[in-house]
Ligand binder design. Structure first.
Ligand SMILES: [Ca+2]
Ligand SMILES: [Ca+2]
Ligand SMILES: [Ca+2]
Length: 622
């Protein structure tokens, strides 16, 4: 079935409304090899690393000293081999110098990966160390076992290659907690390539939970759903851009409707927004006579209000522009705050059928798109209906890597990473949005906007006692004093509290990541740091010092709410979670802590909760 059958021709004779909202947990691809660093010993150092790739700890005095604080599991010379040795003796002085340099790099594996940052900070203080850094994790692209060829014929899935899906999947293959609603005529959720990738949906047209079409000709939504989220890497059928993200099927045509009718689209948008969708795809449109440059907002107030409701619920709406080859606005694509998608072909040229205009936000492949159809079949279709779900799936990947992305950030990332295709489209410059979508660039942009887990002070203190600062850290060795002092840092990167940091009674110290709310930082590795007086006796540990590898923390929660206990080193770096965040009724609690895996030294244990924040020191001496 090709363009003529496809439809983007769905009539909005009765417009529907729908929506979604949602929340998700980030699946974060590891950026670094857990607990491993490269450390370069200065070329002119007198330290000898021997003649083998394995380096003995006892042969390098400063590493031996470091290992007293941070257990070093092993040390290897990753780049020391025969070639390097030959290079070092090379008659070419530049070759020899380069070989010498890499021969002095060791790769160190720490017993406790949580101590990596602290290890780096301390290692840098040794004169023999030129640099030390984490071992970066690289990723090849991901190629699922069911992706079709890079072709427009047969079972080909050229669109995934065109938008660099494999590279995007190298960053994230999607988080199943991110839900993309397919608000469409009907969705065959029993299709073997969809059945495991759908969440509970709704037939808002007939008022039941069965979204399966009443006849196989009512097939549009099934095709759209497969593009967003057919089960991928299951050795079956097709791959989808969304990979692991979930599809929420929302049926908006009555069983008795025609096969291309959407009669309850806006009811569907509303249902999706209220039931956990983060992204809502609408591959349907009604034409208007409003010319490019105009606005549909005042003419269609019901639709405007429903779309606004979905946006306020945190949803991103992705809408097909329509297949009328016109620059007139269509709806819903013409509403400003939805992402409107035009269609392009294999060479990034506008599809002959695609609508266009200044109201388009982005373009995406929409010709010969192979996807699922009812009764376990597949076919290639054309249409902006096919372009839109590709973008919706990319948006799902973006929220998988960064659940805190705002709608505006999402659109900006999509636009800024798109490939400018004006040169391929004379006469349509500026009328195909920001260009052809690039999944890799969009996901990378979303990833880069994640709030970093550490902070750097970038603004000065407005009141209270000035603390010692450096460009990258707050090293607090002095005090914040005064009974009513409240100091808030808005920081960009990293805040570390050194031993000796103290906040006087009733004074408050807070550190926030610039651009991140406190809630956004409230994860295990985030550094939202608030110190209040430790004179309120709601937190204690015994014995202190710890000598037998175990201690008991006692704490009080004075009002019902969430609370957690964590352990950090004196640099403020997270070591372990002792009590994961959970609801506590008002009361007193005790928790036993096994300290046998901790090096001797001073630690901070912290009680964090809705209504409490307290941190105290404990000394471990095995
Ligand atoms: Ca039904
Ligand atoms: Ca599949
Ligand atoms: Ca828009």
């Amino acid at each position: 079935m090709r363009k003529n059958n496809i439809h983007v021709k769905i009539k909005l004779s009765v417009l529907c409304f729908m929506f979604s909202s949602v929340i998700s947990i980030a699946q974060i691809s590891p950026q670094y090899v857990n607990g491993e660093v490269y450390l370069k010993i200065r070329d002119n150092s007198t330290i000898s690393l021997g003649t083998t790739t394995s380096v003995s700890l006892s042969s390098v005095s400063f590493l031996n000293a470091l290992s007293q604080t941070f257990k070093i599991q092993n040390i290897t010379r990753s780049f020391y081999n025969g070639d390097v040795k030959t290079g070092i003796t090379s008659a070419n002085s530049q070759v020899a110098a380069a070989a010498l340099r890499i021969s002095k790099i060791v790769r160190i594996k720490l017993a406790n990966p949580n101590q990596t940052d602290a290890f780096i900070a301390l290692a840098k203080t040794y004169a023999d160390v030129e640099y030390v850094e984490k071992v970066q994790m690289f990723s090849t692209g991901v190629t699922p076992n069911d992706i079709g060829a890079n072709s427009q014929t047969g079972t080909g899935q050229w669109a995934l290659y065109k938008v660099n899906a494999m590279q995007a999947w190298g960053i994230t293959i999607g988080n199943p907690s991110v839900i993309v609603a397919v608000v469409d005529n009907a969705i065959d959720t029993s299709h073997l390539d969809l059945v495991n990738n759908v969440v509970g949906g709704r037939d808002v047209a007939d008022g039941d939970n069965n979204t399966i079409p009443s006849n196989t000709a009512m097939n549009h939504g099934t095709h759209v759903a497969g593009i967003v989220g057919a089960q991928t890497n299951n050795s079956f059928g097709i791959a989808s851009i969304g990979y692991n993200i979930k599809v929420m099927p929302v049926k908006t045509a009555k069983d008795t409707d025609g096969t291309t009718t959407i009669s309850f689209g806006y009811e569907g948008i509303t249902w999706a927004a209220q039931n956990g969708a983060k992204v809502i795809n609408c591959s349907w449109r009604a034409p208007t006579s409003i010319a490019d440059g105009g606005s549909v907002d005042s003419s269609y107030p019901t639709q405007r209000d429903v779309i606004n409701f979905a946006i306020q619920n945190g949803c991103v709406l992705v809408v097909a522009a329509g297949n009328d080859n016109t620059s007139n606005l269509t709806i819903p694509a013409g509403f400003t705050n939805v992402i409107s998608v035009a269609s392009t072909g294999f060479t990034d040229v506008k599809s002959s059928f695609s609508n266009y205009g200044s109201w388009i936000d982005i373009s995406a492949p929409g010709e010969s798109i192979y996807s699922t159809l009812p009764s376990n079949s597949y076919a290639s279709w054309d249409g902006t209906s096919m372009a839109s779900p590709l973008v919706a799936g990319i948006v799902g990947l973006m929220y998988s890597i960064n659940p805190n992305l705002t709608r505006d950030q999402c659109e900006t990332c999509l636009r800024n990473s798109a490939l400018n295709i004006d040169a391929n489209n004379s006469g349509f410059a500026g009328k195909l949005g920001s260009g052809r979508v690039d999944a890799h660039g969009a996901v990378l942009c979303a990833q880069n906007l994640r709030c970093p887990s550490t902070l750097t002070l970038t603004t000065s203190i407005n009141s209270g006692t000035q603390l010692f600062q450096s460009s990258s850290n707050i090293f607090s060795t002095s005090q914040i004093s005064g009974n009513t002092t409240n100091i808030t840092y808005k920081a960009g990167n990293q805040i570390k509290l050194q031993q000796g940091f103290k906040v006087s009674n009733q004074a408050v110290f807070k550190a926030y990541l610039a651009g991140c709310s406190a809630a956004r930082m409230a994860s295990e590795n985030a550094e939202i740091t608030e110190f209040k007086s430790d004179e309120i006796s709601i937190l204690s540990a015994s014995p202190n010092p710890v000598v037998n590898g175990e201690f008991i923390i006692s704490y009080s929660v004075t009002t019902d709410g969430l609370a957690s206990i964590s352990l950090a080193n004196v640099m403020g770096e997270h070591i372990k979670t002792i009590v994961p965040e959970k609801y506590h009724e008002k009361g007193t609690y005790k928790v036993s802590v096994n300290a046998t895996d901790l090096r001797n030294g001073l630690y901070l244990y912290t009680l964090r909760g809705d209504n409490v924040f307290q941190s105290k020191k404990i000394l471990i001496q095995h």
